[in-house]
Design a protein around this ligand. Structure first.
Ligand code: ADP
Length: 558
């Protein structure tokens, strides 16, 4: 812009200078020509008077400089006297000269004539004398080109000076014009007061800025809303552009891919190097929806990748939307269901096989009279075991279905409950020759009575079942920091560290045959764990193989 203004000012200054120069030269030339003509007229009058008075004597010894010529012509055009070096006798007839004709006709005449070769102009004035002859004065005058040529030196010097001055002034002026424009504070357009002409533009900028600001605020608000929604999602959401660079990635996706917080703008390859993810993306980039399953150390995820098409550009793919759904729980639940079904079938099959075996023997009369009772007893025992198993399964299924949520919660006196359970288990304890001691203080919790009973019952039953002959069971119930503590300690066989993590799994038994012998189903501790969870409590186990085990349940009182 500076260059443009500079050039305009410079050219304008130069053109103005040259035009002014030409006009001034023209006007001055006209003026001086007029002055010269007037002077010539006066001189011609004077010469005519001199000649009229003195005749030829007047012309004697007359000296004129080179520019001036005096010519005396008779009425027929013959030159009688010529002041220039050319002798009058050799001069041609002057009758047809314009000024001579005018003088002969009206007494006085003037004319101008150019000589292209000499680049000169001559001014002529002629006056008729009393005897009919004509006196003519002429003066040569330089033409404009000749004048310019003569003044070339001065003109060039002036031009150089003018060019330099124009350059200097143009440069300063253009800078001065542009400086306020450069210094415009576009953040606050209305605070600029330099040029009035800019006012409409600045008002426009100001209103557009306000509009942009409003739009930006709306966009930011929408973006924030979207971020809040997507970040609160557990699933991952990623948006890529056509060059596979991340445009948007939510918190869930960053967590799943272990991506950095500043991964936006980077290639997706940098964010997550998972083969299945890359496969899904490359499919989507070809315009096909793709579904993949990816297993990471954090879990199992379903990948849904879909191309994003631009409706205006004939469906051109402009990006890819990726959804990462955490299916770990679903998969684990599915796995557990499969295992549970297999286990249930297996657990039911064993007692049923023995029942049907004994029944078949009895049916075929292969059992002696005296063995019928023990056989019936075995069938009964297996049937009882099956009943226990089915009861436990039903119990667990109810807990799985969340039935406890619908169960009535009530204030349960844990001390009384424990006393009842101990009493109930007394026959079993006696059978195992295990002594059961109970130390308790009054503790009441709000919960589901049946579930709380199953916790106490299963732990105490296990403490008796997995005890040694003559062993002891110590039940300790107390209250600490708003929590009810129930510790069931035994002096039994104990649990090895490797089994300790697994005993809460369904159907897990350390010693399957022993457990079965003593009527275990492998579901007791699963039920305990579930019931504790329902009451938002915790359970811990400490054990030393051969010495004994302590199960401690902590239940919030409120
Ligand atoms: P089960 O019906 O077989 O008792 P549980 O789920 O109650 O099933 O217990 C799972 C396994 O944990 C048992 O088979 C047993 O091996 C072990 N176990 C549970 N309680 C004790 C305990 N107090 N002492 C030693 N082992 C125990």
């Amino acid at each position: 812009m500076i260059r443009h203004i500079f050039r305009s000012i410079f050219v304008t200054a130069l053109v103005v200078f040259l035009a002014s120069y030409a006009i001034i030269v023209g006007v001055l030339y006209q003026y001086f020509t007029q002055v010269q003509e007037n002077q010539l007229r006066v001189e011609t009058h004077m010469a005519a008077q001199g000649l009229n008075l003195e005749g030829r004597e007047y012309l004697k010894d007359l000296h004129t400089d080179n520019d001036y010529r005096i010519t005396w012509i008779d009425a027929k055009g013959k030159v009688l006297f010529e002041s220039s070096s050319v002798p009058a006798a050799r001069m041609e007839n002057h009758l047809q000269r314009e000024e001579v004709q005018k003088a002969l006709k009206s007494g006085f005449g003037t004319s101008r004539r150019y000589s292209d070769t000499l680049m000169e102009r001559s001014l002529y004035a002629a006056q008729r004398l009393s005897d009919g002859s004509v006196i003519r004065l002429s003066v040569s005058q330089q033409t404009v080109p000749h004048l310019i040529f003569g003044m070339m030196h001065a003109i060039v010097l002036t031009l150089v000076f003018v060019v330099l001055l124009s350059l200097f002034l143009s440069s300063r002026l253009s800078r001065r014009i542009v400086r306020p424009l450069n210094d415009l504070d576009l953040d606050h357009p209305l605070s600029n007061e330099e040029y009035d002409e800019l006012s409409p533009l600045l008002h426009r900028i100001d209103s557009q800025q306000k509009q942009l600001k409003d739009q930006q605020e709306v966009l930011e608000q929408k973006q924030n809303e979207l971020n809040v929604i997507t970040d609160s999602m557990n699933d991952g959401m990623i948006l890529l552009n056509s060059r596979m660079h991340i445009i948007s990635i939510n918190h869930g996706a960053r967590r799943i891919l272990h991506a950095d917080d500043d991964c936006v703008g980077k290639n997706i390859l940098e964010a997550g190097r998972f083969l299945e993810l890359q496969q899904a993306i490359s499919q989507a980039a070809k315009g096909r929806r793709s579904e993949q399953r990816m297993e990471t150390e954090d879990g199992i995820f379903d990948i849904n990748a879909a191309p994003v098409r631009n409706s205006e550009e004939q469906g051109k793919i402009t990006g890819i939307a990726i959804l990462l759904v955490d299916v770990t729980q679903r998969e684990n639940a599915e796995q557990m269901r499969r295992e549970f079904t297999a286990n249930v079938s297996h657990e039911l099959k064993t007692p049923l096989t023995s029942i049907s075996g004994y029944a078949e023997l009895m049916e075929n009369g292969m059992v002696r009279e005296k063995d019928i009772r023990p056989f019936a007893g075995k069938i009964h025992a297996e049937a009882v075991r099956m009943t226990h198993l089915i009861e436990d399964i039903i119990h667990l299924s109810r807990l799985d279905e969340g039935a406890a949520d619908g169960m009535d919660r009530e204030k349960v006196d844990l001390q009384q409950l424990t006393v009842d359970v101990v009493e109930e288990l007394q026959p079993a304890a006696e059978k195992m020759q295990v002594s059961v001691r109970c130390e308790s203080e009054p503790v009441t919790v709000c919960g589901v009575r049946q579930q709380l009973k199953s916790i106490v019952f299963n732990l105490c039953e296990n403490a008796i079942k997995y005890n040694k002959t003559g062993g002891q069971v110590m039940i300790h119930l107390y209250r600490k920091d708003d929590e009810a503590y129930l510790a069931v300690q035994d002096t039994g066989i104990g649990i090895s560290p490797k089994d300790r993590n697994r005993i809460f799994e369904r159907f897990y038994r350390v010693d399957k045959s022993h457990s079965r012998e003593i009527g275990g189903t492998g579901l007791g501790l699963s039920i305990v764990k579930h019931a504790v969870m329902i009451h938002k409590g915790r359970i811990s186990v400490e054990s030393e193989p051969g010495k004994g085990t302590v199960f401690t349940v902590m239940l919030p009182i409120r």
